[in-house]
Design a protein around this ligand. Structure first.
Ligand SMILES: [Zn+2]
Length: 249
C-alpha cells in the first residue's frame, strides 16, 4: 500500500473520482491536513465518508497569524475534543515569508509552541510547515523536546536536513521530487526509515500541472526507489513500516 502523508483533500473537487483513482493505484492512506477552522471541519467529514482518509488538524501559520490567541485556543479545544478522530497535528508551523518584524515572528513562536504542547499532550506526531523559518522551527521543536516530528516539504539548507535526521525526526518528500534537485538531495541524505511521501495536493504537481492529487504520490515513491536503488515494492513496504511506527499508537 502507498501512503500520501500530506495533502489538502478538502480543497479538491471530484473527491469521489480522486478516491477511486487512489484505490486503483493502491494508495490506501490519504492523510488530509486541515489548517483553517473550516478545513478542519471539512477534513473530519471526509474521513467519515472515505475509509482511506485520515486526518491531521491544525492551523496553517499564515492563517493562524490573522487570529487572536483566544481564537487559536478555542480551535485547540476543538482539536482536543476530536482527538479520537485524528492521527496527527497539522498543518502547523511558522512562515516568515511575509514577516519583517520580530514582534510578529514572536507571535508565530507562541502559536507553534501551543501546537507542540498539544501534540505532546495527545501523543500525536506534529506535521511542520517551515517556509523561511526552517532554523527557527527546528530550534523551537528541539527546545520543547518534540519527538514525533514530520517536516513536510522541507526546503531549508542541507545542513538542517542532517540536523533533522540526527534528531530522529522524519521528512516527507513531495511528488515534485521528479524535477526538484533539492528534494532529490534530501532523499539521498535521509535514511529510508525516516522518509515519507506526500503530494501537498492541490500544489506541487510532479509535472507542474494544477491541481495535484493524492494518487500522484506514486511519483515520490518511484523517485526514492531510483535514487536509493531499492525496489519500488521495498520502498512501499518500508514506508508502511515507518507509518506504523510514527502514527499508530
Ligand atoms: Zn500543505
Amino acid at each position: 500500500m502507498f501512503i500520501d502523508i500530506h495533502c489538502h483533500l478538502d480543497v479538491l473537487k471530484d473527491q469521489d473520482k480522486i478516491i477511486d483513482k487512489c484505490k486503483k493505484e493502491e494508495v490506501g492512506i490519504i492523510l488530509t491536513n486541515g489548517g483553517r477552522r473550516k478545513s478542519n471541519r471539512d477534513c473530519l467529514k471526509l474521513s467519515e465518508k472515505y475509509l482511506e482518509v485520515k486526518v491531521a488538524l491544525g492551523l496553517y501559520p499564515l492563517d493562524a497569524k490573522k487570529m487572536t490567541q483566544k481564537t487559536i485556543d478555542s480551535e485547540i479545544d476543538f482539536i482536543k475534543k476530536n482527538a479520537k478522530n485524528i492521527i496527527a497535528i497539522g498543518e502547523v508551523g511558522m512562515d516568515f515569508k511575509e514577516e519583517d518584524n520580530d514582534e510578529k515572528k514572536e507571535e508565530q513562536v507562541i502559536t507553534l509552541k501551543k501546537f507542540i504542547h498539544l501534540s505532546k499532550d495527545l501523543d500525536f506526531p506534529i506535521i511542520i510547515h517551515s517556509r523561511k523559518a526552517e532554523l527557527e522551527c527546528i530550534e523551537l521543536l528541539e527546545k520543547e523536546k518534540a519527538k514525533k516530528v514530520l517536516m513536510h516539504c522541507f526546503s531549508g539548507k542541507l545542513s538542517l536536513v542532517k540536523r533533522i535526521v540526527d534528531n530522529g525526526w522524519s521528512l516527507s518528500i513531495p511528488a515534485n521530487v521528479t524535477f526538484s534537485e533539492h528534494f532529490q538531495k534530501v532523499v539521498e541524505m535521509t535514511p529510508i526509515e525516516q522518509l515519507f511521501c506526500e503530494t501537498d495536493s492541490p500544489y506541487l504537481h510532479p509535472k507542474k500541472e494544477f491541481p495535484n492529487e493524492p494518487s500522484n504520490v506514486i511519483f515520490s515513491y518511484k523517485k526514492i526507489s531510483e535514487i536509493k536503488n531499492i525496489k519500488l515494492s521495498e520502498v512501499e513496504k518500508q514506508i508502511e513500516k515507518n507509518y506504523i511506527s510514527l502514527f499508530i499508537k
